[in-house]
Design a protein around this ligand. Structure first.
Ligand SMILES: [Mg+2]
Length: 327
């Protein structure tokens, strides 16, 4: 398997695994219940879901991959159609409110570029599903920004939500393109893509990232948790607001660039919206380390793991074909 090809599989399987383990842990917030250290997909309650079940983050990510495969490009109408199909045919687990509102608007007949929720609703629904754009456009950053905007506005018009999706796609693109991680280069690369309307809060904290990486983890997380929030917010967990969600995922990856599990464990410790921080961190870490560094029991135990790996192969193949490269 070529180097970049294994990173495609690492990204999509990493997203699903991070999401699925995060989902298990969300159900483990009962008093006195102990968390197992990422050993299994236990804790899903009462047989409600099959083992390895993931949530809306992975469902929407895979919907974008299918839409790209269908059209050979990133197309707003195709992605919107896949979202609607997914909503009508799958039992989507734990969907976000803005995504639900936007997809219900699509079902009622809104156009793909009119369905997104209004400015001010800056949840993490665009960033959680951004990784396929990084895989598809890793060699063309202008296109990456354009395609990220297309996939984002279907559910969110808020510019911070669009910029967050661009930051995640850019992180994946950097990892697919580059062999070894250079922390300073990585930060500069993401910053260059965030110099857009809505990118301000990301730029501010990316500037501080080296300092955050140097301080004790709990202190850094409590700073990131408040990033871009109104001053009265005093929580230390990661809310579903897009700015801290994206920043904590980048932080976790940069803190543990060599370990998929250590990066994930960090975002689970940070708490809050951990299926989404797990999905994004898993995708970014998987895009750097490749599928073989995701523990076997997790990538084989996640629901639909073989199907997800097959989608990654098809996306890689489609990317090669688009560029006329003989395989
Ligand atoms: Mg979710």
């Amino acid at each position: 398997m070529q180097n970049a090809e294994r990173k495609y599989a690492g990204t999509l399987l990493g997203c699903a695994v991070g999401d699925a383990v995060g989902l298990c842990y969300q159900f483990a917030h009962l008093p006195g219940e102990k968390r197992e250290p990422l050993e299994s997909f236990s804790y899903l309650p009462f047989g409600r879901y099959p083992p390895g079940q993931y949530s809306d983050d992975t469902d929407m990510t895979l919907a974008i991959v299918r839409a790209i495969l269908e059209r050979g490009e990133v197309s707003g109408p195709s992605i919107a159609k896949e979202f609607v199909r997914m909503w009508e045919t799958c039992p989507v687990v734990d969907p976000g409110i803005s995504c639900s509102d936007a997809i219900e608007a699509l079902i009622r007949g809104a156009p793909w570029d009119g369905s997104g929720t209004s400015e001010g609703r800056a949840g993490n629904g665009t960033a959680m599903r951004a990784s396929p754009i990084g895989l598809w456009d890793y060699d063309d950053m202008e296109k990456l920004r354009r395609d990220s905007e297309i996939q984002s506005v279907i559910t969110h018009k808020d510019r911070r939500a669009v910029a967050g999706a661009i930051a995640v796609a850019a992180a994946v693109a950097y990892n697919v393109k580059n062999g070894e991680l250079d922390c300073e280069n990585f930060i500069s690369f993401i910053k260059a893509e965030c110099r857009i309307d809505g990118g301000g809060p990301y730029l501010q904290y990316l500037d501080d990232m080296p300092k955050l990486l140097g301080m004790p983890e709990a202190e850094a997380i409590s700073i990131i948790a408040r990033a871009g929030q109104e001053q009265r917010f005093s929580g230390s967990h990661i809310t579903p607001f897009v700015v801290p969600t994206v920043l904590v995922s980048l932080y976790a990856f940069l803190k543990h660039p060599d370990s998929f599990l250590d990066a994930l464990a960090l975002v689970y410790r940070a708490g809050g919206d951990i299926d989404t921080t797990g999905a994004i961190t898993g995708a970014i870490s998987g895009s750097c380390l490749g599928a073989e560094q995701i523990p076997k029991h997790l990538k084989e135990g996640v629901l639909n793991g073989e199907y997800i790996a097959e989608l990654a192969r098809k996306l890689w193949q489609a990317k090669q074909e688009r560029h006329g490269v003989r395989r």
